[in-house]
Design a binder for this molecule. Structure first.
Ligand SMILES: Nc1ncnc2c1ncn2[C@@H]1O[C@H](COP(=O)(O)OP(=O)(O)OP(=O)(O)O)[C@@H](O)[C@H]1O
Ligand SMILES: [Mg+2]
Length: 276
């Protein structure tokens, strides 16, 4: 499924200019390896979501190279890109993006439509994914009958039901209280420990400080990366995005060692018929 150390995401001098001339990304180079858990931080408007959308192949760069799991994105047709997205990448968003008035089970199962699996199998996998995020008892609840934290767990179940090796999360705890946010982060860590590469945009310094690698952006550029500790020169006099906790575990961060018996059910055991 995953090859530790092999590049999962590779951006080479990527720029994205919007019509009107906003350079949302301005020469970003970044490599993320299989098994890493990376925080993207930076002020509002610094290009974090734009970068995540480029990595997720939802947006194409104006210039520069993007490779996802070894595939050069610019070499792929739209349908090949859709296939790459469907098999390789899961997305989680701040505001969940669940379908209203649709039970959790169907919200998750509908995310598997593009796999070509039969409906019964999609629902079986959706139920397993909900079980994995601790929502086995809420499969028939609609989003408005769930708490914010539970909604985000449904969204995570939907993102990972197809076992994508790469999970991209844009402010996944941004709309949650701290306890629910901690639950979601615990879930993401468990998922990372089972091998999924995860990239998380967060404004929460505490969350960022607790992750193995932090990449800071400003004005469309990467201004620091704790994996390399290089600091690019930047115009003085402006507040620099500052994250604490610089102690690093270097190299391809396979998941953190986790105590067994955390409250969240263990990832992998229930997945895909226990094949993980
Ligand atoms: N569709 C668009 N058209 C024009 N400009 C855009 C578009 N989307 C984003 N931008 C601009 O690109 C820059 C980067 O936006 P982006 O959404 O990536 O920032 P961000 O770091 O995710 O910010 P936030 O923390 O507020 O979510 C901003 O200046 C924004 O105004
Ligand atoms: Mg954003």
């Amino acid at each position: 499924m995953t090859s530790p150390g092999f590049p999962m995401v590779s951006l080479e001098d990527v720029s994205r200019t919007y019509p009107g001339g906003v350079a949302a990304l301005d020469g970003v180079s970044l490599e993320i390896r299989h098994g890493e858990l990376v925080a993207i931080v930076g002020p509002s408007g610094s290009g974090k979501s734009t970068m995540l959308n480029v990595v997720g192949t939802l947006d194409r760069p104006t210039s520069g190279g993007v490779r996802i799991d070894g595939y050069g994105v610019s070499d792929l047709s739209d349908s090949e890109l859709s296939a790459l997205r469907a098999t390789t990448i899961g997305f989680v968003f701040q505001h969940f993006h669940l379908a209203a008035r649709v039970p959790a089970l169907d919200n998750v199962a509908d995310g598997l439509v593009y796999t070509g699996l039969a409906r019964a199998e999609r629902r079986r996998r959706a139920a397993a994914a909900l079980e994995r995020v601790g929502l086995g008892h809420r499969v028939h609840h609609e989003p408005h009958e769930l708490s914010g934290g539970e909604r985000q767990r449904v969204a995570i179940a939907r993102a990972v039901a197809g076992d994508p090796p790469l999970l991209l999360a844009d402010e996944p705890t941004g709309a949650l209280d701290s306890a629910s946010g901690a639950g979601v982060m615990g879930l993401l860590r468990e998922l990372n420990a089972s091998g999924t590469t995860i990239v998380i945009i967060t404004h929460d310094r505490e969350i960022a400080a607790g992750l193995p690698r932090r990449v800071a952006m400003r004005d469309g550029r990467v201004v620091s990366d704790s994996a390399t500790e290089h600091e690019k020169p930047y115009s003085p006099g402006r507040e620099e995005p500052h994250v604490t906790g610089r102690e690093e575990r270097q190299g391809a961060g396979r998941g953190q060692p986790h105590g067994a018996g955390r409250e969240a059910p263990s990832w992998g055991a229930a997945a895909s018929g226990g094949a993980a």
